[in-house]
Design a protein. Sequence first.
Length: 400
Amino acid sequence: MKEITDIIRSYESAVSAGKKTALATVVHVEGSSYRRPGARMLVTDDGQLTGAISGGCLEGDALRKALLAISQQKNKLVTYDTTDDNDTTLGVQLGCNGIVHILFEPIHPDDKLNPIVLLKRALEKRQNAVVITLFSLHSRTAIQPGTCFLDLETDRVTMDNLSQPALLEQLLPEAALVKERQESFFKEIDFDGQKLTGFVEYLRPAPALIIAGAGNDTIPLSEMAGILGWNVTVVDGRNGHATRQRFPKANQVIVAKASEVLSHIQTDARTFFVLMTHNYNYDLSLLKELIELEECIYIGALGPKKKLEKMFGDLRKEGIEVTEQQKSKIFGPVGLDVGAETSEEIALSVLAEIKAVLNGRTGISLREKPEPIHSRTDQKVDYRKSTREDFLCEIQTSQS
């Protein structure tokens, strides 16, 4: 979500400066590519780029295509074939062995439902969202509706070109299905007698990191999580430590007793906690509150194993028996084993572990992974199939 956040920020700056913009979105991939469907890049009419649609190989030509879309004020689908290592048409040998389809959409600031507005709405509310982008793989001259549908948990927004009830009726079940499965997929859509491909994209809110502790060693953790685009909250009982001056990049800085922390924040399944106050009683009191949060899947505890075992023992003395299920979400000592020593290295270790837990990974070296890196969401559409379930394209895996 950080890429989308950066794009929205750049777009608002461009509008204030009177610049014209276009949004480039990777909407479909056949084979391998550096970026997957859903990767986005904002282009301004003076050549500024925000975000990325490749590892840098396509950006130069994509800039030209985006400027053309701005000039013509028309959505365009462009295909880049990177399967030939000897093809230097793009000026480089990409070597990704994939065909990448990129949709270019000129953004109209006066359109209150333009693609950037839809993405901004998806970010404003901390909710899972469905974004649908329609395009034609069959004909480059055909209409390319583009980003046109947003479905939040509490709200739904559609573009004017979805005013046709028949089209909307096709999209609503797909939005419901992607929320149920919590993964993106592709679907064939009928639009005015034309066959379109719909990229039904599932967007999750950014992870929220609650750092209990405002010591010097938590500053790198807060800043590095901010670089990742996570929502960061720093909480401590010491008002001399928990200050905006010390944590300028945190979204929130809270001074509170351990027993009051949860009353100051909203938590969900993508909220992660790290206990590193260096105050045993504070950490113990907060851990007592956190183990009761059913949706919480990660509680990191700084310090040796014997400290955590002592915590469990002290809770037991209070009549609180920490179950094996509760222990399974407590990570202490916190972080992956990367040989971290400094505060910055420990922060890297902690964030890597949280990212692995978030995605259900183990944190092994990629070279040791027997299967490809990505579980692909860029499934091929089989147009011969006729049922909604069949249009959930089979996941193809291949390593870029």
